[in-house]
Design a protein around this ligand. Structure first.
Ligand SMILES: Nc1ncnc2c1ncn2[C@@H]1O[C@H](COP(=O)(O)OP(=O)(O)OP(=O)(O)O)[C@@H](O)[C@H]1O
Ligand SMILES: Nc1ccn([C@H]2C[C@H](O)[C@@H](COP(=O)(O)O)O2)c(=O)n1
Length: 291
């Protein structure tokens, strides 16, 4: 054997076969969403033997134009920040003033649990543990929601939560965000807000019980009302602490990734709601609705 260096135009080795055929490896169109995938994602063994999603070799023909969802051109803003930093609150204001559609990844996952889908139990357990649901599940829900909606401007709230979310979304949809709105807030303040979100006074329970007696449906209605009043299953101190840890370890690196691309617009989210919205408004001014 000779010691000659490999010529630069040497034929490439064939791509490694996927070690786990997953929904990602389907090409062209996903029948349930009708979306043409611009890149194929396959499961490969990465460093240290971990399974990672990596784009496979794609031919030029298959590459879909940037920010096209099927045949639709879309503007996407990722809304990120710690749990309880006020993302949902401000998204409602942005929807009202700037005509965006709000898609909360957490809300879509909670709706999936309620729908009784086959993934429901897995999603519920992961949310209770404060963990991040596998990207393929969340991305599929986001894609379906964007396709169903006629709007072309979307606020994607609480996504991408980790590097896997980010890379998979970009690879599958070919969409990159116009910018990332980042709500910066201390853990003490976020904890106070989250615990407050689940607080329902004893008086409210008594009032509801009284109402149920009045309309003579205590047996069926009151337990249902209690479940609704109980609020989110993950707004308890134990899960909140886990969510903070996941945010620091997994979500902050995503914000740093976009920051390095100069795409992050950081908001001081510790201020009162109207003041935070003043800062948000300044950022969204270019998207003002024509009157
Ligand atoms: N600037 C603010 N000052 C005080 N309270 C706020 C502020 N913004 C939001 N809140 C309150 O904090 C709680 C959490 O807000 P919100 O649901 O908008 O946060 P979030 O970031 O979407 O949370 P999560 O990530 O858990 O979904 C709510 O009860 C909301 O009314
Ligand atoms: N990209 C996402 C977004 C949310 N989840 C799960 C895990 C979160 O704790 C939970 C609630 O989300 P929130 O409403 O606080 O944004 O939903 C996920 O796994 N992946």
């Amino acid at each position: 054997a000779t010691d000659r260096p490999t010529p630069q135009h040497a034929p490439r080795a064939p791509p490694t076969p996927p070690c786990d055929p997953s929904p990602w490896s389907r090409r062209r169109a996903d029948p349930s969403t009708g979306i043409r995938f611009g890149a194929q994602l396959v499961r490969r063994r990465g460093a240290m033997g971990t399974v990672v999603d990596a784009p496979a070799v794609v031919t030029e023909k298959e590459v879909v134009a940037e920010n096209m969802l099927g045949d639709k051109k879309v503007t996407v803003v990722f809304v990120l920040g710690g749990p309880g930093s006020g993302k949902g609150t401000q998204c409602s204001n942005i929807v009202e003033h700037f005509g965006f559609t709000h898609l909360s990844a957490g809300d879509l996952l909670r709706a999936e649990i309620k729908s009784g889908s086959e993934n429901g139990t897995m999603i519920e357990n992961m949310i209770k543990e404060g963990k991040i649901v596998p990207s393929e599940v969340t991305i599929k829900l986001l894609q379906q929601a964007m396709i169903k909606n006629e709007n072309d401007k979307f606020l994607i709230d609480g996504f991408p939560r980790n590097e896997e979310n980010r890379a998979a979304f970009e690879n599958v949809t070919k969409i990159s965000p116009a910018f990332v709105l980042f709500f910066n807030c201390s853990e003490e303040e976020m904890e106070r807000r989250l615990l407050g979100r689940n607080e329902v006074s004893f008086f409210t329970y008594v009032l509801m019980f009284g109402l149920c007696i009045l309309i003579k449906t205590t047996l069926f209605l009151f337990p249902t009302i209690c479940i609704i009043l109980q609020g989110r299953v993950d707004d308890n101190i134990e899960t909140i602490r886990k969510r903070f840890k996941v945010f620091v370890e997994s979500s902050l690196p995503v914000i740093e990734y976009y920051d390095a691309k100069d795409k992050v617009k950081k908001i001081d989210a510790a201020k009162p709601i109207p003041e935070v919205f003043e800062d948000v408004k300044a950022i969204f001014a270019p998207y003002a609705k024509a009157t």
